[in-house]
Design a protein around this ligand. Structure first.
Ligand code: HEM
Length: 410
């Protein structure tokens, strides 16, 4: 385990060992300076469970992060992201009350229980067909062969995107998310221009899909959302913003959770064995995987006014990072937080956030993860790390914790 100097105040959040395993450093920050101003990044880090939980519900903290997009561009002209900005302007995730409440109300029918149940078979069939492709090889890369494909295929199928356009939708989502989630990069102009081109292409394509579904409604999520927008007399011009929100939300977290979960299970053989012998523990195992190694390690907010948190004065306009990964390991909230325990109860992790912006896709995400891990363990019960290829964790960003590659044999 990496050790850090006691009392050190310039914690190195971009050290390669931290990006690989942030938990020891978060523990140190939580103990020494739980509301910490990270000067290099220009943001406040909240690392205690009670502070992160409260901040998620604090309306003095804004989810409108557009000032951060401007800040990322430095002295570049803001007009290079005009299509991107338009798409973001009506996005639920980026809005505050009362706009957020209105947008969320008409998004909910897209996640109705009956609709979710009807998509269960899409998830199962897609998982099985991806595993069919690698079964005979007795080896696979959990990232390339499964996790990069499953959630993106599932969300585009649920949207009813025709097969020939699915990869385009995913690529646009990735290009947009790249600028959205970026935290400082040398080639920011290229990333910004890519995101803007993707935003323009996505908007045109999704508007075409919306027009088709208006003519011929189906059981897909876009049709359900069109109906909800019409019932609420909301202009369909803002529907593309919700669609990109759901598209990106629908694959980013799950793409990383699948390898993070496989890694956690293979590193804890007793827990893996317990799950194999008691498949009914899958729901609580999924919750523990989300707590233990969550992919969205932090959520950013902007202070609308001067605040005091944990005795620290936080000026209006400050960027505040709600560090979910640190809160999920807070011993004030979780017994033995460093222990991976698939029957942990209670397990009130903050992996899906809390409050008004609580993940709208949580039920779908849980369903997808449950089916994915159950199917993997049922079909490949001898799953183990590939002795010839060490896992390659992502070391490039603070925002998304996952793997570049995780090879297994079975
Ligand atoms: C099918 C999968 C998913 C979909 C469709 C989805 C979609 C969304 C959407 C649209 C929001 C914004 C809600 C709002 O602003 O009211 C959201 C919020 C959130 N989601 Fe998800 N999500 C999915 C999976 C996940 C996963 C796997 C995680 C991580 C474990 C996750 C973590 C979060 C968090 C932390 C928030 C709150 C963000 C904030 O308040 O800043 N989501 N999700």
């Amino acid at each position: 385990m990496t050790t850090f100097q006691k009392g050190q105040t310039n914690y190195d959040l971009f050290a390669p060992e931290f990006l690989f395993n942030p938990y020891p450093l978060y523990k140190q920050i939580r103990c020494e300076d739980p509301v910490y101003f990270y000067e290099k990044g220009g943001l406040w880090l909240l690392t205690r469970y009670q502070d992160v939980e409260a901040a998620f519900q604090d309306q003095r903290l804004s989810s409108n992060r557009s000032p951060l997009f401007a800040r990322q561009l430095h002295d570049l002209d803001f007009s290079i992201i005009q299509n991107f900005t338009f798409l973001m302007a009506n996005m639920m995730l980026e809005s505050d009350q009362p706009q957020h409440t209105a947008l969320r109300k008409i998004a909910l029918p897209g996640f109705a229980a009956r609709a979710l149940e009807s998509w269960r078979s899409i998830i199962q069939e897609t998982t099985d067909s991806l595993l069919d492709q690698v079964e005979a090889q007795h080896t696979m890369d959990i990232v390339a062969d499964l996790s990069l494909q499953l959630p993106s295929l599932v969300i585009t199928k649920i949207f009813g995107v025709p097969e020939e356009y699915r990869q385009d939708f995913i690529q646009w989502g990735k290009d947009i998310a790249n600028f959205w989630g970026v935290s400082g990069s040398d080639n920011i102009e290229a990333i910004a221009r890519n995101a803007d081109t993707a935003a323009a292409s996505f908007t045109t394509a999704i508007k075409n899909l919306i027009a088709e579904r208006q003519q011929q409604p189906g059981t897909d999520m876009i049709s359900l959302l069109i109906a909800a927008y019409s019932d609420n007399e909301m202009s369909l011009d803002v529907l593309p913003s919700l669609c990109i929100d759901i598209l990106v939300g629908g694959y980013v977290g799950i793409t990383d959770l699948i390898p993070n979960g496989v890694n956690a299970l293979l590193n804890h053989p007793q827990e893996l064995q317990r799950l194999k012998e008691n498949p009914e523990l899958i729901n609580s195992a999924v919750e523990e995987i989300i707590r233990f190694d969550t992919p969205g390690t932090q959520s950013l907010r902007i202070a609308k006014e001067n605040l005091t948190i944990g005795g620290k004065e936080i000026p209006a306009g400050s960027v505040v990072a709600l560090v979910i990964a640190a809160a999920n390991y807070d011993p004030e909230k979780f017994d033995n937080p460093e222990v991976f325990n698939i029957t942990r109860s209670p397990n009130e992790h903050l992996g899906f956030g809390k409050g008004a912006h609580f993940c709208i896709g949580a039920v779908l995400a849980r369903m997808e993860l449950t089916i994915c891990f159950s199917t993997l363990l049922r079909r490949m019960p001898n799953l183990t790390f590939d002795p010839n290829s060490a896992p390659i964790p992502r070391r490039s960003t603070l925002a998304f914790k996952g793997f570049e590659s995780l090879r297994v044999t079975f």
